[in-house]
Design a protein around this ligand. Structure first.
Ligand code: HEM
Ligand code: HEM
Length: 186
C-alpha cells in the first residue's frame, strides 16, 4: 500500500532495530573476553537474550505498521529490475528480522533455559530440552545473523548510492529530520 512518507514511528523503529541487530551481534564477541567458567560469560548471554527480546517485539510492531500504512513509492527514475531488487531485499530483511529472534527463543528453550528479560519476567520452556536440535537451531540462528549483516550492508550501500550517485530522496526519507508531504504519526 503506498504512503506519502515513512511515519516518525516507522523511522524510529527502523533505526532502533538497526542498532539492536548490530549491538546484539557485537555482544556475542564479549564472551571471548572471559575465560571458560567465568560467570561473566553467562551474564553476556543473559544480556543477549534480554536485549534480544526487544527486536522480537519491535519487529511485530514494525510489520503491523508496514501492513497498515504501507511505504512511500520508489522513485520513478528506478528501473523495474531495481524496484524488484529493492522489494525482494526489504522482504528478505523483514524475514530475517523475524527469523533471528524466533530461532533465538527456540534455541534458549531447546537448551532447557528460560527466557529472562532483565530480571523483570521469566518465560519457562514450554517443551523438553533437546541438545541435538538446539545445535542445529544455533547454527541456523548464527547463519541468519551473518546473513542479515551481509544483506543490511548491501542495503546500506544501496541507500548511499541513491543519495550520492543517483541523488534522489530514498535515503533522506528514512532520516529522522525528513518531512515529506502527508507524514503522520503512527
Ligand atoms: C537480532 C537479534 C540477534 C542477533 C543479531 C543475534 C546474533 C547471535 C550470534 C551471532 C550468536 C553466536 C552464534 C554462534 O557463535 O554459534 C548468537 C547466539 C545466541 N543467541 Fe542470538 N542473536 C539475536 C537475537 C537473539 C534472541 C532474541 C535470543 C533469545 C531470546 C538469542 C539467543 C541466543 C543464544 C541462546 C545463543 C547461543 C549462546 C551460546 O552459544 O551459549 N539471540 N546470537
Ligand atoms: C540491520 C540493519 C538494517 C535492517 C534490518 C534494515 C531493514 C530495512 C527494511 C526492512 C526496509 C524496508 C522498509 C519498509 O518498506 O517498510 C528498510 C528501508 C530503508 N533502509 Fe534499512 N535496514 C537496516 C540498515 C540500514 C542502514 C545502515 C541504512 C543506511 C545507511 C538503511 C537505509 C534505509 C533506507 C534509506 C530505507 C528506505 C528505502 C525505501 O524507502 O525504499 N538501512 N530498511
Amino acid at each position: 500500500m503506498p504512503a506519502d512518507a515513512y511515519s516518525p514511528t516507522q523511522k524510529a523503529l527502523h533505526w532502533l532495530l538497526f542498532a539492536l541487530v548490530l549491538g546484539l551481534y557485537a555482544l556475542t564477541y564479549a564472551e571471548a573476553l572471559f575465560v571458560r567458567g567465568d560467570p561473566n560469560r553467562a551474564v553476556v548471554w543473559w544480556l543477549h537474550i534480554s536485549f534480544g527480546l526487544l527486536p522480537a517485539v519491535l519487529v511485530v510492531w514494525r510489520l503491523l505498521l508496514r501492513l497498515g500504512r504501507g511505504a512511500p513509492p520508489l522513485p520513478t527514475s528506478m528501473t523495474s529490475v531495481e524496484r524488484s531488487l529493492a522489494k525482494v531485499g526489504h522482504f528478505a530483511l523483514y524475514a530475517l528480522l523475524i527469523a533471528i529472534p524466533g530461532l533465538g527463543i527456540l534455541l534458549t528453550w531447546l537448551r532447557g533455559d528460560a527466557l529472562r528479560f532483565f530480571g523483570l519476567f521469566t518465560i519457562p520452556a514450554p517443551f523438553q530440552a533437546n541438545r541435538d536440535t538446539a545445535r542445529t537451531i544455533q547454527e541456523l540462528h548464527s547463519l541468519c545473523a551473518n546473513g542479515i549483516l551481509i544483506l543490511a550492508g548491501s542495503h546500506a550501500l544501496a541507500a548511499l548510492w541513491h543519495h550520492f550517485i543517483r541523488k534522489d530522496d530514498v535515503l533522506e526519507r528514512m532520516l529522522p529530520q525528513s518531512q515529506q508531504r502527508g507524514a503522520v504519526n503512527g
